[in-house]
Design a protein around this ligand. Sequence first.
Ligand SMILES: [Zn+2]
Length: 257
Amino acid sequence: MHAKKNSAFTAVAFVLGIATLLAAPLANAYAVKTTSRGWPVRWNSNEVRIVLDSSLAAIGPQEDIENLVISAFYEWTDAAQLPVEFSFVSADCGGMGHDSNGDNENCVLVDSAAFEGSKAAARCVMTYDDYNGNIKDADIIINPNVAKWALDETQEGYDLRTAVLHEVGHLLGLSHSEQDPSVMTPEISTHRSTRNLFNDDIDGASVLYNEMESFSEYNCSVTTPGKEKANTGLVFFLLFIGLVTVRRFFVSGVGRR
Ligand SMILES: [Zn+2]
């Protein structure tokens, strides 16, 4: 009985030690978008349909642009092993933004009117439930009036893949990252093309979708930087395991009598 108790305490001490280590902030700089109540903003569905609007033809051959957009989505879902599966359909988009009576298609489109008075190259317009952070609608809009879009590495101009990767990051629920390199840094320039995601991006999406799921109840104040809060959840989880371990040893001790 004594030996058992000792090993139980050793196990708890070990778990607490690991929890303490994990509580230390790490260097990641990705940021998770949160509601005013502090909930992480993200898709709460395994399947999300994306409409590739016919207006994409304004910046290049429709099929090329569609393939580029689809490839950018897959870059995120594959690299961060997201539980969300995006499907794509070529169609005329019903309209931007969220309409409580509408279809609320999630669109990727080109629209100059969305950039009046703005120099942004692209943007993501998103509507989510402030109570739980579930995304209701998200549209990625590309500005046709930036100097020039580069559709691949051989062309001069703003790299379209970089911009779409960045906006898909927003569409998933990520905010801007302070870490460079990261696709989620606020600025893209003609000097830079980012063909793939960086570790900071992948960590952000992975934590948002794969690690925050199980302890979201505890996590009512998720703010930047995401990794620290994610570790807070892990600490709770390890404390829980510790308590379960104690209880199991205690219960099995009682049962032997
Ligand atoms: Zn941005």
